[in-house]
Design a protein around this ligand. Sequence first.
Ligand code: 4AD
Ligand code: MG
Length: 474
Amino acid sequence: MRDDNPIDIPVEMKRTKISEIFEPSLIGSEVSVKGWVRTRRGNKNVQFVALNDGSTVRNLQIVFDLSKFSEDSLRAVTTGSSIHVTGRLVESMGKGQSCEVQAETLELYGTADPESYPLQKKGHTLEFLREKAHLRPRTATFGSILRIRSALAFAIHKFFQEKGFFYLNTPLITASDCEGAGAMFQVTTLPLNNLPKTEDGAVDYSKDFFGKPTALTVSGQLEGELGATALGEIYTFGPTFRAENSNTPRHLSEFWMIEPEMAFYDITDNMDLAEEFVKYCISYALENCRHDIEFLAEHFDKELVERLEFVLHNDFVRLTYTEGVEILKASGKKFEFPVDWGTDLQSEHERYLVEEHFKKPVILTDYPREIKAFYMKQNEDGRTVRAMDVLFPKIGEIIGGSEREADYDKLLARIEELGIPMKDMWWYLDTRRFGTVPHSGFGLGFERLVLFVTGMTNIRDVIPFPRTPNNAEF
Ligand code: 4AD
Ligand code: MG
């Protein structure tokens, strides 16, 4: 109640978020806090509740003096229940917290039956929590991960906006397969149990919603290039979909990708930007998510902060694919998949280069043209393209990109060689027919960045609702 309230109407005290309560100037004042109960313990004189409202990994201790509160009134205050407490904020005598609230009023919003609340106990495994993806954001671990994820998303926009890049929204429903891998989710409104057929027995897509076959996009790059060759520097940041059946700790069927695309950038400019960009994101997280990072470091990955700082303070090593393959072959190490010039590098090879050989992030360039997408700039040697992959410790590939083939004839020849249908590509080729310019871009897998910054090891744990083969429950 406020003193200056002229007519005695009770005014509800303004809620203070727990993230703001540790501010020393608040000590001694009356506060109103709301949140979910993490634990309740104590004895017959006093009960302690650890309260969390999602604004921070830190819990606020609420002290219930049992001379003021009956045991009955506290019975439903169990782990997972939601409450509103008012009381005085005082310095805490107890270890592990700077202040606590001496409760004066208690309002119970919602109970959480201890018999059935799935997060009743502490210390559940990450595997168990994946089965409870609808509730796991209530745990300290997932709270931290999701706050870091949110901060990184903000950092990404901040980085590009401050550099004068424009945020371009590219379509999610598309008719072209950018990466040429054919791993797309089809989008259709045709009745699957009664498909319209043409005279020769094929599906009649002229009857489909868009009058042609369409799918969810695997990348916004091709449309991104249209933006870059008009606005100069753009970035996309949106969901992408891949129907590849890879059940690994680094693949999702639905993931978020950031794809900057820049006119007048060559491959070196592209590498410089990629390196500056990831370092910026990591440093933003270290500055703005310190409590969350430290919590995750303490519980999952003791070397996390050290690893993040190491990446920040070291130049990425740059070398060609050919040089990388030579190092791998000379290593004498037995890999599950043998390496030879022309084969795609597996995660074990990438991680050998990064973790054992250079012990630094690596940018590999100039890959064999046969293992890379059609749009990459062809080198003079006729064998390689101006690709660049950024490889990170514990992650492997975090960024894939290239300088683009800007020459109409060379690009067309490659499209024809690969048998990519022209009806999907004419508009893309127009960028090379009209005012073509040298340009480059790359794609950062957002979840792989979040994996790196949080120190988590399974990509299913860094997106709120993971989509993987056989998993779309929540
Ligand atoms: O290397 P990718 O396939 O490159 C592209 O899609 C280009 N069009 C990007 C561009 O040049 N604009 O994918 C880029 C990044 C990878 O390095 C990886 O970090 C992430 O996207 N990625 C995935 N992340 C999670 N799950 C998957 N299935 C992923 N596939 C790729
Ligand atoms: Mg790639």
